[in-house]
Ligand binder design. Sequence first.
Ligand SMILES: NC(=O)c1ccc[n+]([C@@H]2O[C@H](COP(=O)([O-])OP(=O)(O)OC[C@H]3O[C@@H](n4cnc5c(N)ncnc54)[C@H](OP(=O)(O)O)[C@@H]3O)[C@@H](O)[C@H]2O)c1
Length: 199
Amino acid sequence: MSYAIIGFGKIGQALAKAFARKNIEVAIASRRPPEALAPQARAIGPKVVAKSLRDALEADTIILAVPFGEHREVAKALPNWKGKTVIDAMNALIPLEEMDGLLSSAFVAKAFTGAKFVKGFNHLIAATLAADPIVEGGHRVVFLSGDDEDAIAPVATLAKQLGFAPVRLGKLNEGGALVHARGRTWGQLIFQDLFKKEQ
Ligand SMILES: NC(=O)c1ccc[n+]([C@@H]2O[C@H](COP(=O)([O-])OP(=O)(O)OC[C@H]3O[C@@H](n4cnc5c(N)ncnc54)[C@H](OP(=O)(O)O)[C@@H]3O)[C@@H](O)[C@H]2O)c1
């Protein structure tokens, strides 16, 4: 598997730290050229590699960590997303009418035609996501949801490799709705900092 994080702000860097902690290679990209991102990437870890957006999108698994409104720009960078897994770590605080009445990930998924689409890593604040997920003898929980069960499995494996305890919430409009913003209201599981004790 190869991984890329698109967006290298608070959430992108928090996720890059999680990959670096486990020595898993990850590409990072934003609108800025790789040379501009490279010093910060290297400071996080030798396997955090700054790339152009185009090169980063060669990864199999792509995490969206850009402001919600920018997802369309990222989506346009590939003619189609077949064969890619896209993990939506974004939150959207915009009126539901602007998303055709859909939950934000269902709305975003429409732009990434053909991708295996999973909502995840969006419910923790950046500082918590950046910290070691092993806490009090347990693992910090990340919630995963999506309409394609097969797409969630490899993302759950990644979450475990990064040290998190993945908790599946089911389809986006069922359990997944708990980690979405609806208009100006947060889903009940957003910003819940939970951890799962070893059994
Ligand atoms: N901050 C949190 O605690 C938190 C928690 C959960 C979820 N989230 C969600 O995570 C997402 C990112 O939030 P953030 O706080 O990390 O924002 P941020 O610090 O402003 O970072 C956004 C990043 O996206 C890049 N970017 C913007 N437009 C882009 C484009 N078209 N193509 C590629 N890269 C682009 C920016 O870099 P350039 O300007 O160089 O392009 C920047 O690196 C948001 O959707 C937010 O709702 C944030």
